[in-house]
Design a protein around this ligand. Structure first.
Ligand code: MN
Length: 224
């Protein structure tokens, strides 16, 4: 049997080089205000995560509005890019696995997610589709250091919709890496979307989205 194996997309670094993306892990409910706006609570016992396929990744600027939804939501997130893998790492060890950071958007079919929650189904339909994850330019730690505080925001057509601070994350970047490494062995090129602040909302075709995280290159996309 023969088939063409899909190519892993390549992320772009601030200095112009590229690196292959491996897997995409996404953390849910990592900002208290967002957990509340979704009618839930943060789980203090441990984080909660899901995955998107690597070929669901887009680098913009055009993002295709997906089928099967009339309520596509934006979620701006800090993305951690791993340069090294590991299993069962401690938060202290996790620091050494980080290659860099980027702005990202976790697009969500909110109507499908509400149904999944109500019916006790997986979030697959809500979270995994073409262009469901968007990644900006990746800034290496060598250049920007570790990002533990700073404004994170998203505007739609010039109006600010989401605004928060990285220091509002319930589980910090290193705790998240440690958590995922207990669930699955982490590998170089893995991405972890670290959750979104409050203010999520719907987008329409033609909307211009601008994501800003203090210290990182901006990410601008247009819905098509
Ligand atoms: Mn999210």
């Amino acid at each position: 049997m023969q088939w063409n194996s899909p190519e892993h997309p390549k992320m772009t670094l601030t200095q112009g080089q590229t690196r292959p993306v491996n897997r995409i892990f996404c953390i849910a409910k990592n900002y208290e205000a967002h957990a509340r706006e979704m009618g839930g609570e943060v789980d203090r016992a441990q984080p909660f995560h899901f995955q998107k396929s690597f070929d669901a990744l887009s680098f913009g600027p055009a993002v295709r509005y997906p089928s099967h939804t009339e309520d596509l939501h934006h979620e701006v997130e800090l993305v951690v890019v791993l340069g090294q893998g590991g299993r069962d790492v401690t938060p202290r060890e996790a620091k050494d696995l980080v290659f860099g950071y980027a702005c990202g958007i976790d697009f969500t079919r909110r109507d499908r997610q509400a149904e999944a929650k109500a019916e006790g189904r997986p979030w697959e339909m809500a979270k995994n589709f073409d262009d469901a994850a968007v990644l900006g330019m990746v800034a290496p730690v060598d250049e920007v250091g570790h990002l533990e505080a700073g404004t994170i925001q998203l505007s739609v057509n010039g109006a600010i919709r989401q605004q928060g601070d990285l220091n509002q994350m319930v589980y910090d970047v290193f705790e998240l890496i440690a958590y995922v490494s207990r669930v699955q062995m982490l590998k170089p090129g893995d991405l972890i979307f670290t959750g979104t602040p409050s203010g999520v909302g719907a987008v329409e075709r033609g909307d211009e989205l601008r994501c800003q995280i203090e210290g990182l290159p901006e990410l601008s996309v247009q819905m098509v």
